[in-house]
Ligand binder design. Structure first.
Ligand SMILES: [Fe+2]
Length: 326
């Protein structure tokens, strides 16, 4: 009994010693972290991380994707999106040099290539880009919401811009499909829809028509939600949908996804990159569960600018290079 009391007395002494030593350690750490030198180091580290994150937003990254196709043949598509009238290098050289290096068969614009608040300047920068890219490969484009606003706010300038793009050799796809022969054994059916297609048409006639065609089927569409909400892949037949609009979530948190995308809000599920679409995929689930059938792939380009004054943070600009087929 006496021994037990003694032991518990010793434990009390030991506990006190442990507590006082851990308090001492905490105080030492606190002192280290609150010295002017350590605070300066902390501020310098934060400033360095912020600078790197901002600089990463200024880089143009070429992202390569591979998508299988049902038909024979293969094709390389370069997709550009959400330029918002930005001039990247003299006469868009930063974009043009990378596209030339990618040697595509087709170049596509996925909308929001102009910026409604800088109408004239952004039209000029897009015409320069198109004149140069059309020398590399045929250019096809669909409208984004900024082209829609541009048409409403600046109808004359919008008409002039479309005429200049057409003169440069670019082809606008407004709820229509063109059939392209890439080489002897490769046919590509390239469809493009406007931002208001689904609201007006109510049924997916374009994709229904694509399913009956021979060849590699590709849909261009500014809004990823148009593809998901209206089940463009349902039943198979569409190999690839190319979309933009999200700007890669604008601010990307390391090891996580983008923070914000228009229409999707905070922490968007679909914001950047490659999304295989399965029979159980919807706008709230990636799909691919047991027994699910693969229907095709949606790629969302991260775009080539920030938006509404929000810069891209830890989010490089993107030129998408997509190889489709065998
Ligand atoms: Fe957009």
């Amino acid at each position: 009994m006496i021994e037990t009391v003694k032991k518990s007395g010793n434990n009390l002494v030991n506990n006190k010693e442990i507590n006082s030593s851990s308090n001492k350690t905490e105080k030492i750490y606190l002192r280290i972290w609150t010295t002017p030198k350590s605070l300066l180091c902390l501020c310098a580290a934060i400033a360095l991380c912020a600078t790197i994150a901002l600089l990463r937003g200024q880089i143009i990254e070429v992202r390569n994707y591979y998508v299988p196709a049902r038909s024979l043949g293969k094709v390389r598509i370069v997709a550009l999106s959400d330029l918002h009238g930005t001039m990247l290098g003299k006469d868009q050289e930063r974009i043009v040099s990378k596209v030339r290096e990618a040697a595509p068969d087709i170049i596509v614009y996925l909308g929001d290539m102009v910026e409604r608040s800088r109408a004239e300047e952004s039209a000029d920068s897009l015409v320069v880009l198109t004149q140069r890219l059309a020398q590399i490969a045929p250019v096809y484009h669909v409208d984004g919401n900024h082209e829609d606003d541009f048409r409403n706010d600046e109808p004359e300038l919008s008409k002039k811009l479309n005429a200049a793009l057409s003169d440069a050799g670019a082809v606008q796809l407004e709820n229509e499909t063109v059939q392209l022969k890439i080489n002897e054994n490769c046919i590509v059916n390239l469809s493009g829809i406007t931002t208001h297609y689904y609201w007006e048409v109510k049924e997916n006639k374009i994709v229904a028509d694509l399913r009956n065609r021979e060849g590699i089927n590709v849909l261009l569409c500014h809004y990823p939600e148009s593809v998901l909400w209206y089940d463009a892949f349902d039943g198979g037949g569409l190999d690839l949908a190319l979309c933009g609009h999200t700007h890669g979530g604008l601010i990307r948190v390391p090891f996580k996804r983008g923070m914000y995308a228009p229409e999707w809000g905070w922490w968007p599920m679909y914001d950047l990159g490659e999304y295989p679409i399965y029979s159980d995929t919807d706008w709230k689930h990636y799909g691919g569960g047991e027994g699910a059938e693969y229907w095709g792939t949606m790629i969302i380009s991260g775009g080539l600018s920030g938006e509404h004054g929000v810069p891209r943070i830890n989010n490089p600009m993107e030129i998408s290079v997509v190889d489709i087929g065998k």
